[in-house]
Design a protein around this ligand. Sequence first.
Ligand SMILES: [Zn+2]
Length: 126
Amino acid sequence: MIKYEKYPQKCPFCGGKVQYTSNAEIYGKEYGNGKCYLCKKCGAYTGVHNNTNIALGVLANKEMRNLKIQCHNIFDKLWKNSKERNELYYKLSKIMKIKKEHCHFGHFDKEELKQALELLKTGELK
Ligand SMILES: [Zn+2]
């Protein structure tokens, strides 16, 4: 588990210094709310909540971003409103034995993402 920090300063992967910066450094131009936390050393990053400098989730590398996209592709088809979404996250947290507050794909490390994806693929969450 990677500890979620609102204002990450140190990269959980390489120990490099994390900077709060423009996300043009990642995408080439500013995208969405325009800001992110970026590890200058290995390029892991996370976005921020709109109009804040609070990190959306934990810093993610390329492999984790890929897993996260795959998880969301399946997960987002399983719910129609926020009540159903909350119930699904609750179920997932029970199966994975993690705290509900921690149960968001953006807060998962690589192993947790793999586990969640497996559960989604096998339909165990439905
Ligand atoms: Zn790093």
